[in-house]
Design a protein around this ligand. Sequence first.
Ligand code: ZN
Length: 469
Amino acid sequence: MSMFKDIPVEVGVIYEGERIRRNDMQVELGGPTVKEKFELAKVLPMDAVEDGKITIIGPDLKDLKEGGAYPLGILVEAAGKTLDAGLEGVIERRIHGYLNYIEGFMHLNQRYDVWMRLGKKSFQKGMNSFEYIGKVLYRLFKSELPIIEKVQITFITDPAKISAMYPAAVADYEARDSKARGLKDSEVDTFYGCALCQSFAPSHVCVITPQRYSNCGAISWFDGKASASIDPKGPVFAIPRGEIINAEKGEFSGVNEAAKKRTMGEVTQVWLYTAFDHPHTSCGCFEAVTFYIPEVDGFGVVNRSFKGATVNGLPFSTIADSAAGGRQIDGFHGMSIEYMRSKKFFAADGGWNRVVWVPKEVKERVKEFIPADVVDKVATEEDATNIEALKTFLKAKNHPVVARWEAETAPAVETAAAEETVAAEGQMMPVMTAASLPIMAGGFKIILKDAKIYANKVIIKTVKDEKAK
Ligand code: ZN
């Protein structure tokens, strides 16, 4: 495409969903081994932004040792006559989509969880500077979101500078989230959907409501509304709520219709307030994942940055794999941290009364939203590192789930629990690591699903965004 003639590699929607394996990577930026990393968008006054300026603070791509992982901060500063701070979340989330257009470049997650890889092949073709990445971002921002009149982009790899900027970025995310709290699902007639993750999870549509953030934790209902209004053909779209089919479980006719349409019939029914029966699908970029623990009839939660094994003996990566890929898995639910602050957080399953184990870091972050009568009864890794210890803890604290155990007869609980453990462990084996495998061919994107085992479905999508090709 002529717009990217001076970029050493191709840029186009066709490269979305491209995975870069460890062996094929030149460098990793952010990701699980790097503690501080971020991407942030800020809206500034017109005269504070120099249009097209790209700044690199710290070593450039060509100076980073092959195979290493490095901290990275990306700061996008935009200005425009009708642009306001309410659009920062929308602009920031586009970084994900745009960077994935670059051949041999992978961008995952968001905010303080970003994880990027540059492939060796693209590096060898000359993609060796953030200058190019900045140019791609700059041109896509300007052409896709005309509301942005000026934009300057800064890449920071200097760890000291990242540490200095990090707290302010985190404070910005929190300020954005807190502004979006308060409105109820029942008070609006429009929800929003996000299909940004379909390149990695073809049957996933995020349903964003006032009381349910996107799984990635980066798009509130207000962001969804803003995004759909400034870019109606973009990845975020309005979902007329429709009729309330089930207020308790969170089933709405408009959501079911949108899911059916956007997943090509794969998902036809979604319950927003429960992890069971028709749970919301999980993409791959969720901030945390809930996992059902049959032995105690409660939920555990693990976030992306949690190191080591959770209370059921499995790490985040294994639990995330068993939920990810756009499927509806009973008892497993990829979600945002912000959803844990919502009154609708698994409301149909008992909400916080059903949560038994949460990493300490997450518990601290959401503490003031946990009902006072249960907050001390939710275990962390400091209270329990295995199921037996968890049972003892919950019993000693008289956690609300204990009453559920007593509702059944003791011997039945023992046998049922033992059987369920085996089944659950079987399901959690990493058989779904390649949940989707996209193949690019002549203007079509062919996605082979569950390709590790066999292709049980082939989805052929026309390349929608001709502009970016
Ligand atoms: Zn996602």
